[in-house]
Design a protein around this ligand. Structure first.
Ligand SMILES: Nc1ncnc2c1ncn2[C@@H]1O[C@H](COP(=O)(O)OP(=O)(O)OP(=O)(O)O)[C@@H](O)[C@H]1O
Ligand SMILES: [Mg+2]
Length: 243
């Protein structure tokens, strides 16, 4: 469960995110959409505790991120758009290291199926410098999943993956939602979000423009027209892609 109330983030005098509230229940996948600079990455970094929010409360799996940060962070995984890896650890050593940080028992039994799910098992003994961009992204995802998080934040998880990788990533996200995870992901790939997300939030200039289930948001912007998709909604809601 992800509960966000009145979230705001200022960079100096610039308000990057203002008064944002949303809830993601177990089994739900929330898509965060909006033009470049809308505040998606800033929101994800704040709710994952990477950067401090300027205002608001965030509860993850029942733990307040400010007053109980270790328990809240134990429940979550954050997947940044640019994966950060350790130059001198192999793929397998990455998983072992992260598993140890999170006190994961029997991580070796968990690591192999994860590497296979993400199709990097044949690279298990290689260093990040020997991996392609998409493979690095898959390794970062494997590292985030090793402690079986119940709350997941993905920033642009599909960018850089090949078509089969995209399909598998979608399946992995849906499978974890079905197993009870609460998931937020940001993406500009709206047709893919439509297949994965139960709910969407549309942000523009740090403010919430619309939110709810995809049919609810579609109804809000369709003017009674049938067959309105998320791309149509996005363009109507944000007035194009300019800031
Ligand atoms: N560290 C920072 N210092 C100052 N301003 C920042 C910082 N990080 C982000 N911003 C500003 O905050 C706003 C929101 O940025 P953010 O990265 O959250 O957008 P985004 O919705 O993720 O965009 P994109 O679709 O391009 O990834 C932008 O105007 C950006 O310039
Ligand atoms: Mg971003």
């Amino acid at each position: 469960m992800i509960e966000v109330q009145g979230l705001a983030k200022n960079y100096g005098s610039f308000a990057a995110v203002q008064d944002l509230s949303f809830t993601v229940r177990p089994g739900e996948v929330l898509g965060l959409v909006g033009p470049n600079g809308a505040g998606k990455t800033t929101t994800l970094r704040c709710v994952a505790g990477i950067i401090p929010a300027s205002a608001g409360t965030v509860r993850l799996a029942g733990h307040d991120l400010r007053t109980d940060p270790v328990a809240a962070k134990r429940a979550l995984a954050f997947f940044p758009d640019e994966p950060r890896l350790f130059d001198y650890l192999t793929v397998r050593q990455h998983l072992a290291f992260v598993a140890r940080l999170y006190n994961v028992a029997d991580h070796e039994a968990l690591a192999q199926p994860l590497l296979e799910e993400l199709e990097i098992a044949d690279k298990a003994d290689q260093l990040p410098g020997e991996l392609s961009r998409g493979m690095k992204q898959k390794l970062a995802i494997a590292c985030g999943l090793i402690h079986s998080p119940s709350v997941m934040f993905f920033d642009e998880p599909l960018t850089g993956l090949d078509p089969l990788g995209i399909r598998r990533m979608k399946d992995s996200i849906l499978q974890r939602a079905r197993a009870g995870a609460a998931i937020v992901l940001s993406s500009h790939l709206l047709h893919l979000l439509e297949e994965v997300c139960s709910h969407v939030l549309i942000l523009k200039k740090g403010r919430l423009i619309a939110g709810g289930t995809i049919p609810d948001v579609a109804a809000q912007f369709s003017n009674g027209e049938p067959g309105v998709n998320l791309e149509d909604i996005f363009i109507r809601a944000t007035g194009g892609t300019e800031n």
